[in-house]
Each structure stands twice: as structure tokens, then as C-alpha cells.
Write a protein that binds this ligand. Structure first.
Ligand SMILES: Cc1cc2nc3c(=O)[nH]c(=O)nc-3n(C[C@H](O)[C@H](O)[C@H](O)COP(=O)(O)OP(=O)(O)OC[C@H]3O[C@@H](n4cnc5c(N)ncnc54)[C@H](O)[C@@H]3O)c2cc1C
Ligand code: FES
Length: 253
């Protein structure tokens, strides 16, 4: 479907936010789902690019992305009024926690955008939400003021330029030591971060959900280009249709 760019803004060096309006099933969107965007109008870029849905209203949807190659560069050059060819919403999103559950949300870098929609979605379920976001440096920090309205927020940076110096795992351990505990953990970010988070909670009775990323060709389960192994190594899961969100005990990280 063709959506129209209604807003585009630069959030940080190399990081852009685009809002798209037009005919789209906004009311069916679940946090953690993504869209596939066609790049350019020629046949030069055959593969669409997957981007998480960061926010949604009744009339528009927002994505936040880093420019890493030709596709995201093309997207960052769109202007208000331009049309973009979009497929979605796709994939399996984050399940809601039960009412009043104690929730921890952990995001790293460009894993943060889908967690904003998650935080907004679970607002009506629980107010017991801790959020830990990690970035390389202050200038990479995105959506921190938005997420600070949705729970108790701790920011970490690798170089200590904003918030706590260290990793999100250090911050989670600090919170834990200070007496916080959680029943549900939701995370999106680099694979090593997700792996360490799962390990950290391995001896605790906590339900965890991780959103995974992989190169995607079709986005709809047809090409098997996005598989990841299941926890016992027996089954390959397709991230585009079985995920991108998985219970962390279902996948090998
Ligand atoms: C479900 C899903 C949700 C995503 N959500 C976001 C998001 O919200 N914001 C965001 O900035 N990015 C997100 N990504 C990553 C994004 O899809 C890629 O950065 C984008 O496709 C790169 O396209 P390009 O043409 O600019 O770069 P390319 O020229 O295709 O690649 C440039 C570099 O990025 C790497 N790359 C490309 N695709 C991926 C990928 N899927 N995972 C890891 N590395 C990749 C390539 O290996 C290469 O090093 C998501 C990916 C998936 C699978
Ligand atoms: S991207 Fe084709 S099966 Fe997942």
C-alpha cells in the first residue's frame, strides 16, 4: 500500500523519524510488529527493508531508523508529501503482561523504537514498569524523554556521556540489587545484549520476550532467509512470521 510522508525529522546524527499517513490497518498493529518498505521506484533495489513500528495512532504510523546503507539513506531523503510503498503490519508482536505485573523493558540502540510502542501499549495494564536503555554515547540517545513518561527510566552509555556509564546489564543488576524484581522482561537490541540478559535471568522465575533481527528478503515466510535456531537446536524459526518477538526460552540466542 502507498503511504504518504506526513513528517520527517532528524533525531540524532544519522537517525531519522518518519511518520506515514494514509490507508493502513492502524488499529490492528501490535507492538513489536514491523513494516517492509520498498526502496526507490526503479527495480534497482529488489528487496524491501524491514523497520519496526515505533508508534501508531488512528491515522498514522511512525518509524525510527539509522542510516546504514542505500535503503535507509533513500528513506532519510524523503520529504513531506512523498509516497512510500509499505507492506504490513507484519510478524508476531509482544504479548501484553497481565494486569499489575512487574515489568522490565530493556533496549539497546536502534532496538529502542519498538519498545516505545510497547511501553505505550502496556500503560493500561500496569504502572509497575522499569525501563533500561543503553546507547554508545549521548548523541546516539533516542526516545529517552518519551520513554521516561512510561516508567522508571535508567539510561546507560558506554562512555558515561549520559546516565550511568556501563551496559544495560550493569544497570539491570544495580536495580535488582536495590530490591527491584520483575515478572516479565521485554527486550530488543543487539544479539549479545539479548544473550546476556537471558543468561542473567536464567535462574529466576521470569517470563522473557526478545525481538530478533535478521536480514529479510520477503518478510512473509516464503524465502527462509531469516531463520534462527530454536532453543534445543531442532527447529529453525522464521523471524519474519514466527517472530520477530519470541519467548526467550524458545530461541537459541
Ligand atoms: C524486524 C526488523 C525490524 C527492524 N527495525 C529497525 C528499526 O526500527 N530501526 C532501524 O534502524 N533498523 C531496523 N532494522 C534493521 C534495518 O532493517 C536495516 O538497517 C536496513 O534494512 C538496512 O537497509 P539499507 O539498505 O540501508 O542497508 P544495506 O545496504 O542493506 O545494509 C547496510 C548494513 O546494514 C546491515 N544490515 C542490513 N539489514 C540488517 C538487519 N536486518 N539486521 C542487521 N544488520 C542489517 C548490512 O549487513 C550492512 O552491513 C530492523 C530489522 C528487522 C529484521
Ligand atoms: S524473510 Fe523470507 S522467510 Fe523470513
Amino acid at each position: 500500500m502507498l503511504l504518504t510522508v506526513t513528517d520527517i525529522r532528524n533525531l540524532a546524527p544519522g537517525i531519522w523519524q518518519i511518520t506515514l499517513g494514509g490507508e493502513f490497518p492502524y488499529e490492528t498493529v501490535k507492538s513489536g510488529q514491523f513494516i517492509m518498505i520498498r526502496i526507490g521506484s526503479s527495480r534497482e533495489h529488489i528487496l524491501r527493508r524491514p523497520l519496526s513500528i515505533a508508534a501508531v495512532t488512528r491515522e498514522n504510523t511512525t518509524i525510527v531508523f539509522r542510516v546504514v546503507g542505500q535503503g535507509t539513506k533513500w528513506l532519510s531523503e524523503r520529504q513531506v508529501g512523498d509516497q512510500v510503498d509499505v507492506l504490513g503490519p507484519l510478524g508476531r508482536g509482544f504479548p501484553n503482561p497481565p494486569a499489575d505485573a512487574k515489568v522490565l523493558i530493556v533496549g539497546g540502540g536502534l532496538g529502542v523504537p519498538p519498545l516505545y510502542l510497547l511501553g505505550k501499549t502496556i500503560q493500561s495494564e500496569t504502572a509497575k514498569v522499569d525501563i533500561v536503555l543503553g546507547f554508545r554515547t549521548e548523541q546516539d540517545c533516542i526516545l529517552t524523554s518519551e520513554l521516561s513518561r512510561l516508567g522508571h527510566l535508567v539510561v546507560t552509555t558506554d562512555d558515561g556521556s549520559l546516565g550511568m556509564r556501563g551496559t544495560v546489564i550493569d544497570a539491570v543488576a544495580n536495580l535488582h540489587r536495590s530490591g527491584r524484581s520483575w515478572e516479565y522482561v521485554y527486550a530488543c537490541g543487539p544479539l549479545p545484549m539479548l544473550r546476556r540478559l537471558k543468561e542473567y535471568f536464567s535462574d529466576q522465575d521470569v517470563k522473557g520476550y526478545v525481538s530478533l533481527e535478521e536480514h529479510m528478503a520477503c518478510g512473509v515466510g516464503a524465502c527462509h532467509g531469516c531463520v534462527c535456531p530454536s532453543e534445543d537446536g531442532s527447529l529453525a524459526r522464521r523471524i519474519c512470521i514466527n517472530g520477530p518477538v519470541f519467548p526467550w526460552n524458545e530461541v537459541s540466542l
